[in-house]
Design a protein around this ligand. Structure first.
Ligand code: CP
Length: 292
């Protein structure tokens, strides 16, 4: 894999390779990088998990990590993303992880550059490393994807996580349904009734309500959202005994999920974060090995 840009581009066998390698990293397998390499993390939108998790993965792989602060970089003087990345390539950086508010920011980086690009989230487009860690967490639990019922709940239209996972899970043989307010269903058919999904769901994937991407007229008050679409204790109690709950986080407590359920028995929310380090090690090793 030369770059990781979108789950639309990644083949099923490449997904399986990343998940297998992530498991090996979890079991303390050594990395296969034969020379010292350098990476930088360019985050133009806020992040805690993705940025810190990539940095942890980079350190565990023994990579040099150049610090980059978008707020004090020359992008604030109007330098383009292409020129910023070309500059990093020129000084010897091998790979960049980029989070950017512009959907498909990576299109302008696809020619003229010889540096690996990893998409750390593009606007409401794609979030492939999150999707891969979600897949890893599901496989860890069930050992397969075929035949699983996955319900994605919430702000589908604005969610790069929903789009990345819907594509990948369907390709892997899971059945994906969507539960959300009609105005947030985007390109997908959805239900607005928990009763349609509670008895059958194996995985309930909650999404953060992305207030920052909403027009004022599409806002739902938090309490109303929680009553209609949030995972309440009453709904939790109707889930199958084997069902699990995922959320990419950050979580709006008592909006998408009752605060008491964030660390409940069925929740894998912090397990997802733990798994993210191994999955990102596998992603980084895969793109960097292409450069030997
Ligand atoms: N899940 C996720 O992308 O979290 P951050 O925005 O904190 O990176």
């Amino acid at each position: 894999m030369k770059n990781l840009l979108s789950m639309k581009d990644i083949k099923v066998n490449e997904i399986e390779m990343i998940l297998t390698r992530a498991l090996e990293f979890q079991q303390n397998s050594p990395h296969q990088l034969k020379k010292q390499m350098t990476v930088a993390n360019l985050f133009f939108e806020p992040s805690t998990r993705t940025k810190m998790s990539f940095e942890m993965a980079e350190r565990k792989l023994g990579l040099h990590v150049l610090p980059f602060d978008a707020g004090t970089s020359s992008t604030t003087k109007g330098e383009t993303l292409y020129d910023t990345v070309k500059t990093l390539e020129s000084i010897g950086v091998d790979a960049v992880v980029i989070r950017h508010e512009q959907n498909g920011f990576y299109e302008e980086l696809m020619s003229g550059l010889n540096i690996a690009i990893i998409n750390g989230g593009d606007g409401s487009g794609q979030h492939p490393s999150q999707s891969l860690l979600d897949l890893y967490t599901i496989k860890q639990e069930f050992g397969k994807f075929e035949g699983l019922e996955v319900t994605i709940v919430g702000d589908i239209a604005h969610s790069r996580v929903a789009k990345s996972n819907a594509q990948a899970l369907s390709n892997l043989g899971a059945h994906v349904t969507f539960l959300c307010p009609k105005e947030w269903q985007g390109e997908f058919e959805s239900t607005s009734s928990w009763e349609d999904v509670l008895p059958t769901a194996d995985v309930v994937m909650l999404l953060r309500v992305q207030h920052e991407r909403h027009a004022k007229e599409n806002e739902l008050p938090n309490q109303l959202y929680h009553e209609k679409f949030g995972l309440t204790k009453a709904r939790y109690d109707q889930l199958k005994s084997t069902a699990i709950i995922l959320h990419p986080a950050p979580v709006n407590r008592d909006v998408e999920i009752a605060s008491d359920l964030v660390e409940s028995e069925k929740s894998r929310i912090f397990k997802q974060m733990q798994n993210g380090v191994f999955v990102r090690m596998a992603i980084l090793e895969s793109v960097l090995k292409e450069r030997f």
